[in-house]
Design a protein around this ligand. Structure first.
Ligand SMILES: NC(=O)C1=CN([C@@H]2O[C@H](COP(=O)(O)OP(=O)(O)OC[C@H]3O[C@@H](n4cnc5c(N)ncnc54)[C@H](O)[C@@H]3O)[C@@H](O)[C@H]2O)C=CC1
Ligand SMILES: O=C(O)C(=O)COP(=O)(O)O
Length: 634
């Protein structure tokens, strides 16, 4: 902690666009001129003056006076501004309120803004009111702002320098700010270091002068080892989101301060190996193949988010061995797949696709031949998991008889009947729908032999995974008339992006609905997934909870109290826990909470400990044989 250092370090912080995300005076103008017909133009003029001053392109005092003249604001507007600014405090300052409060003796806010709105905001985060140095407004009797207190040094050119000189701070002085006047404190020799703060704005002219660039207050604290209450800064943790996941996901990570990269399409193996190198969290959908080679290139990867149900695109074994936690969205698009399957089976059994195609060619072919109701027909489901069983319920509501085959013993819902083999199911069903998962063993479970087992004129649907069905056998069965109609949503080879062409033997066949893997692609499902998966990933990263993980031992942890949390992932071999415990004992560590869960491959130990431990203790923990991954949360 700062207060413990012999030679105290003072931190001087700017307000506008540093402590808060916005420029107070610009926002005051927006509020004051709300009803003014030229509001946009006047506010724009004020912004330009602000920028000229911030970049050091106009004497500060002149810019300030000109801005005040344009304002037309009064006291009631300031109250509104304060309410607004409360919602605009920079995220990293909010995150570090405890640090600011604990080190209030050494933190100053020095700003060319105005005390009237700065003091209420910064004191709520722990800054002392008497450590705030800023301008003050002059008001007339009605409370209108008519000028600036000219006696305040901050109203003059070089005001921040003059002010800092009067403070006479003993020890190191670090300045954090986004503007040129903040840099000038360093240039004047009154401060030892200037940190350009870029969380909200990045002014190249200022950044180029800076000793250091801090993308957040976390980075500043971390780089200076100022406090043990500082984990690795989130703005340096890279999140790579592929395959156009919902924007809610991007926002969730950005709101937490992570460095997020967002791509619309998937990447191939070589591109991925390159891009994933320094990524800590990757978000994918069904297309991205996280192979052994890709995972071995991922030096920093902590977690994978599959923004879908299937996880067959991930080498789970390698991920687990490397201590990478995988999360997916097991229910979020279930309903979407079910609705599509229902719609398609009705379209197919009514022979609608050829009818519709003919109409588009101007052909009117009204007839009932080859068109049926689904009511009373037998639906055969292969795979009776979340999708299969929900489809079963909706299909029964439509009057279908449901039969299913699953490799595990699933409870039949409603009047659905379990059968003992796929062959038995295929002998019964009028409509067959596949809802198995994409494990390797399910490759080509439906081919010529299975099509031969089906009833003539069957409707066949695959909305599970492309490799489950032999496409040439399916095409042959359609052409021969064995299959009267088919719906296929998933293919052995699918384009990586919407710019690539789709090719398949199924193209052009009669009464066949082809869809581009959109079973789960509804606005509702994608938005649900966009919230659900990041929430799981963030719980894991921020708190260590692995609840809901697909491959990790699941632990749901309480919020971290006044302790530090050790997260230790190790190979599940005998003796690791004993070794960890002996290190705790040797260093006399006070454990306030301990949790352990294992699966076949790994063990996950979490220990909450009192904060007074040595670096040596941490080193020894990391060196325990079998350790796969170790991290700490503060
Ligand atoms: N088209 C699309 O956009 C979407 C496709 N899917 C696919 O659907 C699959 C199923 O999803 P859920 O029902 O949520 O998964 P789930 O895991 O709840 O159900 C899968 C069921 O299939 C069974 N199964 C696996 N192999 C089998 C086999 N050879 N024979 C019979 N049963 C077998 C399992 O025991 C399990 O009960 C996902 O794994 C995914 O691949 C999921 C969502 C969207
Ligand atoms: O949820 C699944 O497993 C799916 O197949 C949907 O995949 P997608 O997110 O559309 O790439």
């Amino acid at each position: 902690m700062l207060t413990q250092t012999l030679n105290p370090t003072h931190i001087v912080i700017d307000f506008d666009s540093t402590f808060t995300k916005v420029e107070g005076l610009d926002e005051l103008a927006m509020i004051a001129l709300a009803a003014h017909e030229d509001r946009e133009a006047i506010v724009q003029q004020i912004r330009e003056l602000t920028d000229l001053g911030m970049n050091g392109e106009m004497p500060f005092a002149e810019g300030l006076r000109r801005r005040i003249a344009l304002l037309s604001a009064n006291r009631s507007h300031i109250d509104l501004l304060i309410d607004y600014l409360r919602t605009k405090v920079s995220e990293s300052f909010l995150r570090n309120k405890a640090f600011i409060t604990d080190n209030a003796d050494h933190i100053y806010v020095v700003s060319s803004g105005f005390k009237e709105f700065i003091v209420p905001i910064v004191t709520e985060l722990g800054v002392r009111a008497e450590h705030v140095f800023a301008n003050e407004f002059l008001f007339d009797e009605e409370g209108n702002i008519i000028g600036v207190d000219e006696n305040n040094v901050l109203a003059s050119d070089g005001g921040k320098i003059k002010l800092l000189r009067t403070l006479n701070l003993v020890g190191d002085v670090y300045v954090i700010g986004d503007g040129y006047t903040d840099y000038e404190l360093r240039e004047s020799g009154l401060a030892n270091r200037f940190y350009a703060f870029t969380e909200n704005v990045n002014r190249p002219r200022v950044v180029e002068k800076a000793d250091h660039v801090s993308g957040s207050l976390d980075e500043f604290l971390y780089d200076n080892k100022l406090s043990r209450s500082q984990s690795y800064p989130k703005s340096r943790i890279k999140v790579l989101l592929l395959e156009n996941v919902h924007p809610a996901a991007k926002k969730a990570f950005e709101d937490e301060g992570f460095n997020v990269e967002f791509l619309k399409g998937a990447l191939d193996e070589d591109e991925l190996c390159e891009r994933i190198r320094d990524v800590s969290i990757i978000g994918i959908r069904s297309k991205t193949q996280l192979t052994k080679k890709v995972l071995e290139s991922a030096n920093r990867l902590m977690a994978i988010g599959a923004f879908c149900i299937g996880t067959n695109q991930i080498d789970l074994e390698t991920a687990t061995e490397r201590g990478v936690a995988v999360f997916n969205a097991p229910y979020s698009n279930t309903r979407s797949v079910v609705e599509l399957a229902i719609g398609e089976m009705i379209m197919l059994i009514r022979n609608i696709v050829p009818k519709s195609n003919s109409m588009h060619q101007g052909i009117w072919d009204k007839s009932a031949s080859g068109s049926y109701e689904v009511r009373g027909k037998k639906l055969g489901l292969v795979g009776y998991g979340n999708i299969g069983s929900q489809l079963s319920v909706v299909a029964e509501a439509l009057g279908m008889e449901v039969y299913f085959y699953d490799v595990v013993d699933r409870l039949a819902i409603g009047n659905a009947r379990k059968v003992n083999s796929m062959a038995e199911l295929f002998g019964i069903a009028d409509v067959i729908s596949l809802h198995v998962d994409g494990r390797k063993d399910n490759t080509y479970i439906v081919g010529k032999e299975q099509f031969d087992q089906m009833k003539d004129g069957v409707i066949f649907m695959n909305l599970s995974r492309g490799h489950v069905v032999e496409i040439d056998a399916l095409a042959a069965a359609i052409k021969s008339g064995k299959i009267a109609g088919a719906a296929v949503d998933v293919f052995p080879q699918e384009p990586k992006t919407n710019n690539e062409a789709f090719e398949s033997e199924l193209v052009g066949l009669d009464n066949v609905i082809l869809t581009p893997h959109i079973g789960g692609s509804t606005e509702e499902a994608q938005e649900n997934i966009g919230h659900y998966v990041p929430s799981k990933l963030l719980e894991y990263i921020n708190n260590g909870s692995s609840y809901g993980s697909y491959n990790f031992p699941e632990v749901q942890l309480p919020k971290l109290g006044d302790s530090h949390r050790l997260l230790h992932v190790h190979a599940n071999v005998p003796g690791v826990l004993a070794k960890l415990n002996s290190i705790f004992a040797k260093h006399n560590i006070n454990i306030t909470g301990q949790y352990l869960k294992t699966n076949e491959t790994i063990g996950y130990v979490i220990a909450d400990i009192s904060k007074n431990y040595s670096e040596e203790f941490v080193r020894e923990l990391k060196a325990v044989e079998g350790t796969i991954r170790f991290r700490m949360l503060y």
